[in-house]
Design a protein around this ligand. Structure first.
Ligand SMILES: NC(=O)c1ccc[n+]([C@@H]2O[C@H](COP(=O)([O-])OP(=O)(O)OC[C@H]3O[C@@H](n4cnc5c(N)ncnc54)[C@H](OP(=O)(O)O)[C@@H]3O)[C@@H](O)[C@H]2O)c1
Length: 273
C-alpha cells in the first residue's frame, strides 16, 4: 500500500502531539515529527516508532538544516502541518534579528515550507497552518513587522497568527498551478502547554484549574488538523480556506485583501533569504 508522508511541527506537545497520535492510528501514513525540546520530541517519536527531529524555530539556521535533512529523506511530501507556535513574552529578538513570536509562528514555518517546496510539489501536497482566532485581534503593519512600536505579547501573537492565514492564501495563489493546496484553522481554546511563556494573564488562565475545565482537549483541538490532513482538498474543504471545527469561516479583513497578501508574502520572502 502506498503511504502518505505527513510532517507535523510542534509535535512534541499539545495539539501537534495529539494530531500525531491520531494520525499514527492510520496505516496509510508515514509520520515525521518535529519539536523544539529534544527530550520531548524523542519521547513521542520513540513511543510511536516514527522519524523525529529537534529544531528550534528561533534559529533560522536550524530550520534550514532541518529542511535539508527532510528534503533528502522525503523527496515527496503529502502534508506539511505548520503547527509549532505560541505566544512568547517578554519581547525578545532572535539570533536572526527578528521578534521571536513573529519568527517562530511565521518566518520559520515559511522558511521550512519554502525549502520543502520541491517535495511538496512532487506530492501535490497540502500545507496546513495552525492559526488562531487571535488573528482577529491582530494587525500586520508592513512598516513594523517586528512590532518595535508599542509591542504587547498578544498584539505580536495576533499579528503572527493573522500572518498564518494571509500566508496560506498567498501561497495558494502562487503555487496552485503546481498542485499545491493550503489551509489554515483555529483549533479552539485548548488545554495545552500554550501560554507557558506568555504574559501573566494568559499564563494564569491556561495554567488554572478552571481554565483547563473550560478548554477543549488537545485531541479536540487536533481534530480539524487531522481532518484537513486526511481528506480531499477541493472536495471536502476549500483550498486557501480558514476553518474552525471543520467549518469554513470568513477570515479577518486583512486576510481578505489579496494584493496585501501578495505584498506581505514577498516582504516575508526577503526576510528569510
Ligand atoms: N492552545 C490554544 O488554545 C491555541 C489556540 C489557538 C491556536 N493555537 C496554536 O496551536 C499551535 C500549537 O500550540 P499548542 O496549544 O499545542 O501549545 P503547546 O502545547 O505549547 O505546543 C507548542 C508546540 O510548538 C513547539 N514550539 C514552541 N516554540 C518552538 C520553537 N522555538 N521552535 C520549534 N518549536 C516550537 C513546542 O515545542 P516544545 O514543546 O518542544 O518546546 C510544541 O511542540 C500553536 O501554533 C498555537 O499558536 C493554540
Amino acid at each position: 500500500m502506498s503511504t502518505r508522508t505527513i510532517v507535523i511541527t510542534g509535535a512534541s506537545d499539545g495539539i501537534g502531539r495529539a494530531a500525531a497520535e491520531a494520525l499514527h492510528q492510520r496505516t496509510d501514513t508515514t509520520l515525521v515529527l518535529v519539536g523544539r525540546n529534544p527530550a520531548k520530541i524523542a519521547e513521542i517519536g520513540e513511543r510511536l516508532g516514527v522519524e523525529y527531529h529537534a529544531c528550534d524555530f528561533a534559529r533560522l539556521g536550524d530550520v534550514r538544516a532541518l529542511a535539508a535533512t527532510l528534503a533528502v529523506n522525503h523527496p515527496v511530501i503529502d502534508v506539511l502541518a505548520n503547527n509549532a507556535g505560541g505566544v512568547f513574552a517578554p519581547r525578545r529578538v532572535t539570533v536572526d534579528g527578528y521578534e521571536e513570536t513573529f519568527q517562530v509562528n511565521h518566518l520559520a514555518p515559511l522558511l521550512l515550507t519554502t525549502e520543502l517546496l520541491p517535495a511538496l510539489k512532487a506530492g501535490e501536497g497540502t500545507i496546513i497552518f495552525t492559526s488562531s482566532m487571535a488573528a482577529f485581534q491582530g494587525t500586520i503593519d508592513m512598516s513594523d513587522l517586528g512590532k518595535e512600536k508599542g509591542w504587547t505579547s498578544f498584539g505580536a501573537y495576533g499579528a503572527a497568527k493573522l500572518a498564518n492565514i494571509v500566508t496560506a492564501k498567498a501561497l495558494l495563489r502562487r503555487y496552485a498551478g503546481d498542485g499545491i493546496t493550503t489551509a489554515s484553522f483555529h483549533p479552539g481554546v485548548v488545554a495545552t502547554s500554550f501560554g507557558a511563556r506568555a504574559g501573566l494573564f494568559v499564563r494564569l488562565f491556561y495554567g488554572s484549574w478552571l481554565g483547563k475545565r473550560l478548554m477543549r482537549t488537545p485531541e479536540q483541538g487536533a481534530d480539524t488538523l487531522v481532518w484537513l490532513a486526511t481528506t480531499k482538498p477541493g472536495v471536502d474543504w476549500k483550498p486557501g480556506g480558514y476553518y474552525t471545527e471543520r467549518q469554513l469561516k470568513d477570515p479577518p479583513k486583512q486576510a481578505q485583501d489579496d494584493a496585501f497578501g501578495d505584498r506581505f508574502l514577498e516582504a516575508s520572502d526577503l526576510l528569510i533569504r
